[in-house]
Design a protein around this ligand. Structure first.
Ligand SMILES: [Fe+2]
Ligand SMILES: [Fe+2]
Length: 152
């Protein structure tokens, strides 16, 4: 059996966000399978983007990725995926198709960060960088407070 990935405690707040991000992908899929109209799902993904993912991407780019540096190809891949996800979350037409793309790309992006990128970051981070990470994540809004739980 594969060993579960051991996450450095300083990175755990971002890993907790990832758990919620994977849940978002699951909720989109569940919504589709229940025949929920895409616009109703989009209201939730719009809120999730603003309240959860913008601050998450921002702190990753400001504090985590510089540990490997901007020339690192893993960092470049992650930034490119952030850009693609931003474009998808901000797209206002072709709602159903766009939600499907978000569902897949967000899922793949998070798995890449958890399995590859975060692993690389925690291997090279020095004590000062770790110390900084412990202070910068901040509180995120609870994503279970959304009233229209269309996935249930
Ligand atoms: Fe990311
Ligand atoms: Fe992330």
């Amino acid at each position: 059996m594969k060993q579960p990935i051991k996450r450095h405690p300083a990175l755990q707040p971002w890993s907790r966000d990832h758990h919620h991000g994977l849940l978002l992908s699951w909720k989109i899929k569940k919504g589709f399978s229940l025949g929920i109209i895409p616009e109703r799902i989009k209201k939730y993904t719009d809120w999730f983007w603003e309240s959860q993912l913008i601050p998450h991407f921002d702190t990753e780019e400001r504090y985590l990725f510089p540990i490997l540096g901007s020339d690192n190809h893993l960092v470049q891949q992650a930034i490119d995926e952030h850009r693609q996800l931003k474009a998808l979350f901000e797209k206002e037409d072709a709602v159903s198709e766009t939600l499907s793309k978000i569902e897949r790309l967000l899922n793949d992006h998070i798995r890449f960060e958890e399995r590859v990128l975060f692993q690389a970051i925690q291997e090279v981070a020095n004590p000062e960088e770790i110390k900084l990470l412990e202070t910068v994540h901040g509180e995120t809004e609870d994503c279970e407070t959304w009233e229209d739980a269309f996935w249930k």
